[in-house]
Design a protein around this ligand. Structure first.
Ligand code: BGC
Length: 876
């Protein structure tokens, strides 16, 4: 029997604040009990009634296999109206399933209704920079509330309470976007909170990314000098009447208990400062009127991605050391988030929490790598029990130093501390495991790296004075990220900022949102605003999203930005087929760099032109997918020209790379710039270079992500396996064997003798080198997708059953079509394999060389439809 596992609108079964112009439906077919299930027809209905008595949209039976991103042509939703949707399908055995459980959606109001609320700002003349303010207003309701929707946004970041209850558990709303272009708002269903006639709305407002300190340049007020709040509450009463309550001149404000709050430096909270029950509207001193600031309502857009939330609570592992001055605690995991302190402090008693990722050789916090970031939280008690965690800041740390709590016994200190892990609350989609513990730890470190750096935007690191959306880091880790978690909405949101910050000439800033703007030339002593391998995110990211989720509308939306980037490169210099001018990061932080340099030995223009060819190739594929046939042809021709020029410039007459670095050999193979004979020679040389380093890598940011995949792809899989399993420096497992619980920025962030690599660039939570996670799924466990797979519809299983280092592996991935899974285990000369293929998708199984089974000759590809399979292979 088939069924529908879930039907979603824009990725969710319950959707508040949908953009009416971008609605599509997707469903997952449950075909677990059958094999080879393919959808033949679908039937989609939309109704204002939960039982679908009167459908306002009825597709009738549509002969189509499409189950992802299906548009309901002609469905024009009204703002704030709830619609229910459901679907049923017929499969290739003519079986019709039951109607799905209904989902619902409500559109955002801004498409039709103009915003009424005003942007209100607290009077912060007497408070220090980076202080937090409270804003509030009390209303009286007219009767019993049937439905209430609260729309909120801010210049800064806000938290809201209604009648002293939190409106949401989301953190850092409205999120970081290119504020000069668009600002997100959130929609909350607050019906259940409006139970009393008296309604008090209280808000806490901090500077956040809008106005607070950003980057090592210590710039402040990058988007404006006034933080502000925006609130619009739409109420429908039981009697059908409506009321709209808004932020306006009549709201009051005063300083909050936080005299300081910023992302880098932490928070200072004084429990004595905040009046009791302020959010309930209780009388107290010090309230002033707010000021109205110029409206930003035209900038408002609905929130696209999942919010940041606390997703896990960690209890401290142990006290590392304690003396009269401080207690050092090990959280057991390099985490990103905040510490919650539950304790009773005397009136005026102060506790200081300092955070660091590692300890130095003396067992004290190592904070030099935080550079200008303080990562310090100060709490002052008021004599009563307190329960406090920083509200507008987060830290990257494994170790915590507590100054204070001296009276408490060790167990009491530990019991008063909880680590709250926070990040964008994406759905987990992928899992990997194998028979080697150190590889499993590496995989866990990759997951933690993603969690710690997917905090509203993809950041380079979560601890020092950066935490910025470096474009290069984002695209090199993205393929791994997309297996681990559903990043569809997370990256859609970030790409909107990328497109907004792209320069009129098509160049793409190095960080998005672009807060380096005009300072970049000062920093690098160069007028260049961009770099290859970084700006390429403009093409690689939308294309990867399309391949992963099959969202053509999103690809179409980013087409202008993708095209503009390639045209930018095309127009630099005198020769359209070469990029050989301006600043380039090249293979950043590669180990073959000269001493004291961050720039790898691979010529930067070799790197630039390899990427130029690659993104032009992707652009032609994107044009093809969008049906832009003429563009597809044009960019294919460009690709051919750039490729030919690359070969001319960077290969000698014997077909060898002129630069003899690992990365110089990796990139042309990864981007398919060479013919078969050249590829064979270059791959062999790459293998020799790796072997010559005794199976160690020599690569940096741009070579490393492609290294293992290229070796596996071009006939040197065993070399890739040896590299991955290498435990001495430099290697992925070196840091694991040093006790790392996240991915390090530098291969020897901590050296074997316990000393540090460099204070300046020494993050212990940098996801970039975690890009090897993709290889673990694809080439070790063997869960992969064909190059022409769209949204996960063409699976490739290549179980590495002959692996010399690992005797079993498994991976699963929740694709848009449903769960894909593989598990293999070798026992002597036999290997057992189990596979899972979701309905409406197809798979091929590659029988490894040297192995065979019944009807499965070695080296053969077996085509599989949906279903679960158990197979036995034998070694020849
Ligand atoms: C960041 C990197 C980034 C690089 C570019 C660093 O400071 O942490 O990850 O890509 O700068 O130069």
């Amino acid at each position: 029997m088939i069924g529908i596992l879930s039907v979603t609108c824009n990725g969710s079964t319950a959707c508040l604040g949908v953009d009416a112009n971008a609605i599509s439906f997707s469903w997952v077919i449950d075909g677990a009990e059958q094999r080879d299930v393919m959808q033949q027809r679908y039937h989609l209905q939309i109704s204002t009634a939960p039982h679908f008595q009167d459908c306002i949209y009825d597709s009738q039976w549509v002969a189509s296999g499409q189950s992802q991103h299906v548009a309901a042509a002609g469905f024009i939703p009204l703002p704030e109206q709830r619609y229910f949707f459901r679907v049923r399908v017929e499969d290739n055995a003519s079986e019709v399933c039951a109607w799905s459980q209904p989902g619902w959606l409500e559109c955002a109001p801004d498409a039709v209704t103009p915003w009424q609320a005003q942007w209100i700002s607290p009077d912060d003349r007497d408070t220090p920079p980076e202080s937090v303010h409270l804003l509030r207003k009390t209303f009286h309701l007219r009767g019993k509330v049937k439905r209430a929707r609260l729309y909120a946004s801010a210049l800064g970041i806000y938290q809201l309470q209604i009648n002293e209850q939190d409106v949401s558990d989301a953190l850092f709303s409205p999120g970081w976007t290119s504020y000069q272009d668009h600002i997100q708002y959130q929609v909350y269903d607050v019906t259940a909170l409006l139970t009393q006639a008296r309604l008090a709305i209280g808000a806490r407002l901090a500077e956040g990314w809008y106005k607070g300190e950003l980057s090592w340049l210590k710039r402040r007020e990058l988007y404006g000098d006034c933080k502000a709040l925006f609130i619009q509450l739409q109420i429908t009463y039981e009697d059908g009447t409506e009321q709209r309550l808004i932020s306006d001149q009549s709201w009051q404000c005063r300083p909050a208990g936080q005299s300081h709050s910023s992302f880098y430096h932490g928070e200072r909270w004084d429990a004595r400062v905040e009046p009791r029950h302020w959010a309930a509207g209780a009388d107290s001193e010090g309230w002033r009127n707010v000021e109205i600031v110029p409206s930003r309502s035209a900038w408002l857009v609905p929130q696209i991605a999942e919010p940041v939330r606390v997703t896990e609570h960690l209890t401290p592992r142990a006290i590392v050391s304690r003396n009269a001055r401080r207690t050092v605690i090990d959280m057991g995991q390099n985490m990103v988030g905040r510490v919650r302190l539950r304790a009773t402090l005397q009136y005026g008693e102060r506790v200081v929490l300092r955070h660091a990722e590692v300890l130095d050789r003396e067992g004290e916090l190592y904070t030099a790598n935080l550079r200008g970031a303080d990562q310090r939280v100060e709490i002052v008690g008021n004599g009563e029990p307190l329960d406090y965690a920083a509200q507008f800041s987060f830290q990257g740390f494994r170790y915590l130093e507590i100054q204070g709590l001296n009276e408490l016994a060790d167990e009491r200190v530990l019991a008063s501390i909880t680590g709250e892990v926070l990040h964008t609350d994406m759905q987990r989609t992928g899992h990997f495991q194998c028979s080697r513990d150190d590889i499993n730890q590496l995989y866990q470190n990759i997951i933690w790296g993603q969690r710690g750096n997917f905090v509203d935007i993809p950041t380079d690191c979560p601890q020092r004075d950066e935490r910025l959306g470096w474009t290069g880091d984002a695209h090199i880790f993205m393929r791994t990220a997309a297996l681990n978690y559903n990043i569809h909405h997370f990256f859609s949101k970030w790409l909107r900022s990328l497109a907004a910050d792209q320069k009129p000439d098509g160049s793409v800033p190095m960080v998005i949102p672009d807060i380096l703007r005009d300072y970049i030339s000062k920093i690098w002593g160069d007028e260049t605003y961009t770099s290859s391998g970084w700006g390429d995110a403009a093409v690689i990211c939308p294309w990867t999203l399309y391949q992963t989720y099959g969202d053509k509308a999103l690809l179409a939306k980013h087409w202008p930005s993708m095209k503009a980037w390639v045209h930018y490169i095309h127009a630099t210099g005198n020769d359209p087929w070469v990029w050989n001018s301006g600043f380039q990061f090249g293979d950043w932080l590669a180990l073959d760099a000269k001493p004291d340099s961050y720039f790898g030995a691979t010529p930067v223009y070799l790197v630039a032109n390899a990427f130029y060819a690659h993104v032009t190739n992707l652009l032609s594929q994107a044009a093809q997918a969008l049906g832009l046939i003429e563009d597809a042809r044009r960019y294919r021709e460009w690709f051919a020209q750039i490729k030919a020029r690359f070969v001319r410039d960077w290969l000698n007459e014997r077909g060898e790379m002129k630069a003899d670095t690992q990365t110089a050999h990796i990139l042309p193979l990864a981007f398919r710039l060479l013919d078969e004979a050249q590829s064979a020679g270059v791959a062999q040389r790459l293998h020799e270079l790796v072997a010559a380093c005794d199976y160690h890598l020599d690569t940096g940011f741009l070579g490393t992500p492609y290294l293992c995949p290229v070796l596996s792809e071009y006939g040197y899989h065993q070399t890739a396996v040896r590299l991955l399993c290498q435990t001495t420096f430099p290697s992925w497992l070196f840091s694991v064997h040093q006790g790392a619980t996240t991915i390090w920025e530098h291969w020897d962030g901590i050296k074997s003798d316990g000393s540090f690599w460099s204070d300046n660039m020494n993050s212990f939570n940098h996801y970039a080198y975690g890009a090897v996670g993709e290889w673990l799924y694809r080439y070790l466990a063997g869960l992969d997708f064909a190059p022409d797979s769209v949204g996960g519809n063409r699976i490739v299983f290549r179980p590495d059953v002959g692996n010399t280092e690992v005797s079993s592996a498994e991976a699963s991935y929740l694709s848009p079509y449903g769960e894909v899974a593989i598990r293999w285990q070798r026992e002597g000369a036999q290997a057992r394999i189990t596979l899972k293929v979701p309905a409406n998708a197809q798979a091929s199984l590659l029988i490894p060389t040297g192995w065979h089974g019944e009807f499965m000759p070695e080296g053969r590809q077996l085509q599989l439809g949906s279903g679960e399979y158990a197979l036995l292979l034998e070694q020849r």
